[in-house]
Write a protein that binds this ligand. Structure first.
Ligand code: NAD
Ligand code: MG
Length: 410
């Protein structure tokens, strides 16, 4: 009798949205270990021509897309001169095209911020396996992703290390957006960031360099600042509610400085399941790429004896007001998480550009929120409009802080 061939053994086509970033390069590192399983079909970036060109040389994708049209033209020219046959696309249309190519099975969503929403949603609507590192779109419109996945059959797999850990601790038939009554609580862990031990008065002087020097993870600048304000945990709280069908009250944020327990799930019978590993994003990336199989990721093995102990603390709401703002937005629902996210993106960029101080980040967010009513329409157009309105208000607040600090300095 001949066995029926049920699995397709050809390498799966992969698109990387945001291939030049921290998650993007870690993903390429994992993919390069498994040429028999995966084939890079498309790479994308915003403006970094040199890095994308280097990746094209190495991975020979069919497509490269750049958000920035001038950068795309330069890339096309450079590729032509090197006689590399890669089709170059540009703008949001280019990103959407490579997110939905018929030859692509898996799309890694690793753009930073709300800019990644449309291509990630396009991939979901096209029924792809979508690996979600880019948490901001889920914060803004997780329900749209869940609905789209139910309609198209897309597989939404979390890559954010905590959410990937929670997913691994869920029942095996769990799918994103389900609610499981046997799951009672989620413990969402976080390292506490670079300012975990800083006294409150010092935070006013914190610089972008200090904020980006994370003790446990090497990441892009935006998420590094979010980790320092703890807004990253706040965004992750909302992300967890969307992905795992829980309320904000069911999510407990736990500061765990060793960053080895990536999160825990508490069941009705008192069992608490956790996922552990060295803090290296290649583990969740490899997990989501191969799920439900397991593949090598290149990550160093965990040594429990070297580690010796685990610590847990409650986060300090006084020094880190972003957490409170995120819980409030999570409870308010509607467009509140979108406004929170947009104001945060503007404030973080302004901090990185040295226009506002570290402790002004939550102030900009709170002032933006107080000027905008919470909308209950959460269809795509309303979400994008709320994002836009919040950015405009937040920019005005930033300009005001900037003006005042110049006056004080001068
Ligand atoms: P990064 O800044 O290192 O990389 C961002 C990528 O997005 C780059 O490839 C850049 O070219 C692209 N990009 C930026 N703006 C764009 C735009 N307007 N249009 C199109 N492309 C654009 O960021 P990162 O640290 O890799 O984070 C990516 C996402 O993953 C974020 O949402 C972050 O919160 C999430 N995440 C990151 C980590 C991590 O360890 N770095 C962990 C968990 C979650
Ligand atoms: Mg995380």
């Amino acid at each position: 009798m001949t066995a029926i061939q049920t699995t397709d053994t050809r390498p799966r086509g992969v698109t990387l949205l945001g291939s030049t970033g921290s998650i993007g390069t870690n993903t390429l590192d994992v993919l390069a270990r498994h040429p028999d399983r995966f084939r890079v079909v498309a790479l994308t970036a915003n403006t970094q021509v040199e890095r994308l060109l280097e990746q094209c040389r190495r991975f020979r994708p069919e497509f490269a897309a750049m958000q920035d049209t001038a950068a795309a033209a330069e890339l096309e020219d450079r590729l032509r001169r090197e006689r590399l046959s890669v089709s170059v696309l540009s703008g949001i249309e280019g990103l959407n095209t490579v997110a939905a190519l018929p030859s692509v099975h898996t799309v890694m969503a690793a753009i930073v911020g709300a800019a990644g929403l449309l291509p990630a949603l396009t991939a979901t609507r096209a029924g792809k396996r979508v690996l979600i590192a880019n948490k901001e779109p889920l914060v803004m419109s997780g329900h749209l992703f869940i609905e789209a996945a139910r309609q198209s059959g897309a597989e939404l797999l979390p890559v954010d290390s905590e959410h990937n850990a929670i997913f691994q601790c869920m029942p095996t038939d769990f799918r994103a957006g389900d609610t499981r009554p046997e799951v009672q609580r989620i413990f969402l862990t976080g390292s506490g960031g670079p300012f975990r031990d800083w006294p409150a008065p010092d935070l006013a002087q914190a610089t972008p360099e200090q904020a980006c020097a994370h003790p446990k993870w090497v990441m892009g600048r935006k998420i590094s600042v979010d980790s320092a304000t703890l807004m990253n945990k706040g965004l992750e709280l909302i992300e967890a509610c969307q992905l795992f069908g829980v309320t904000p009250e069911q999510v407990e944020i736990v500061i765990h400085p060793q960053s080895v327990i990536h999160s825990l799930v508490e069941y009705r019978d008192g069992s608490v399941l956790a996922q552990l590993g060295n803090p290296d994003m290649r583990t969740p990336i490899a997990h989501a790429l191969a799920w439900p199989e397991r593949i090598d990721s290149g990550v160093r093995r965990l040594d429990l004896f070297e580690l010796a102990q685990f610590n847990f603390e409650r986060p300090d709401p006084e020094r880190f007001p972003c957490l409170r703002l995120a819980y409030e937005a999570a409870r308010a629902g509607g467009t509140a998480p979108t406004v929170l996210n947009a104001a945060n993106e503007v404030a973080v960029q302004a901090f990185l550009d040295r226009k506002i101080g570290f402790i002004d980040i939550p102030r900009v967010i709170e002032q933006t929120r107080s000027q905008l009513p919470v909308g209950q329409d959460v269809q795509l157009e309303a979400i994008l409009a709320a994002d836009d309105a919040a950015r405009r208000v937040a920019e005005l607040r930033v300009a005001e802080f900037d003006r005042r600090s110049r006056q004080e300095a001068g």
